[in-house]
Ligand binder design. Structure first.
Ligand SMILES: Nc1nc2c(ncn2[C@@H]2O[C@H](COP(=O)(O)OP(=O)(O)OP(=O)(O)O)[C@@H](O)[C@H]2O)c(=O)[nH]1
Length: 199
């Protein structure tokens, strides 16, 4: 079984605290697009919000479960922890809520190459990695959290056997690698709109 975990509990400081997951792309909100894409490649989708109040923001989205952080204020690693506690899949795809162009074909490939590893994490030529667009073996994460060593994504990943996937290989599935488009600033959204104007 496969799970998808969407992390939505950040403060979006670089976007002025706006709710990035409700930004729209090609006529749909980021979060709806992600949920639809993931529902094609996983058996369950879980949105992890920072608290129960924020959970309520997602109540109208069909086809997901929404849970709050168990340890609030810990950043993405706290969201992954809550997601992993809720998820039932052997493998989980963890993704940020501000990635509106995630490619189902790329995610499918990451699931495929995660078999036999603790994680499959895309890596760019310059060595930068994409741990919030990556597949993890759930049990490996559970063990990392039990060890109580994982206070950051870097800590979490450090103890895993990782299959680093060359981003360029993923061009087979997503030629322009739009899957990694990440909207952090208002200008990032403006750039995306310049390529894909809203109707
Ligand atoms: N559930 C949960 N998700 C989080 C938390 N912190 C960050 N996230 C999510 O993790 C992803 C990456 O977050 P960051 O890039 O660190 O922060 P951000 O909120 O997107 O933006 P900045 O505040 O501008 O850094 C985003 O999808 C966030 O919504 C948290 O404490 N809990």
């Amino acid at each position: 079984m496969r799970s998808g975990i969407i992390l939505a509990g950040g403060e979006a400081r670089r976007a002025g605290g706006r709710e990035k997951y409700f930004f729209s792309h090609c006529g749909e909100t980021f979060i709806s697009r992600l949920v639809s894409t993931l529902n094609e490649v996983v058996d369950e989708v879980i949105i992890v919000a920072r608290d129960s109040e924020q959970c309520g923001r997602f109540s109208s989205i069909a086809g997901v479960r929404v849970v709050p952080d168990l340890y609030p204020g810990r950043g993405p690693v706290g969201g992954i922890h809550a997601g992993v506690c809720e998820a039932e899949g052997d493998l989980v795809f963890a993704v940020a809520c501000d990635m509106p162009c995630v490619s189902g074909a790329v995610v499918e490939y990451l699931f495929h190459v995660a078999e036999g590893f603790g994680a499959a994490i895309p890596r760019w030529e310059n060595g930068m990695t994409e741990p919030l667009h990556a597949v993890y073996q759930r049990q490996a994460l559970v063990e990392r959290f039990m060890g109580a060593e994982a206070h950051s994504m870097r800590d979490l990943v450090a103890g895993l056997s990782v299959n680093y996937v060359d981003c360029n290989l993923l061009r087979r599935y997503d030629s322009d690698l739009m899957t990694f488009t990440n909207i952090n600033h208002a200008e990032d959204l403006a750039r995306l709109r310049a390529v894909f104007p809203e109707e």
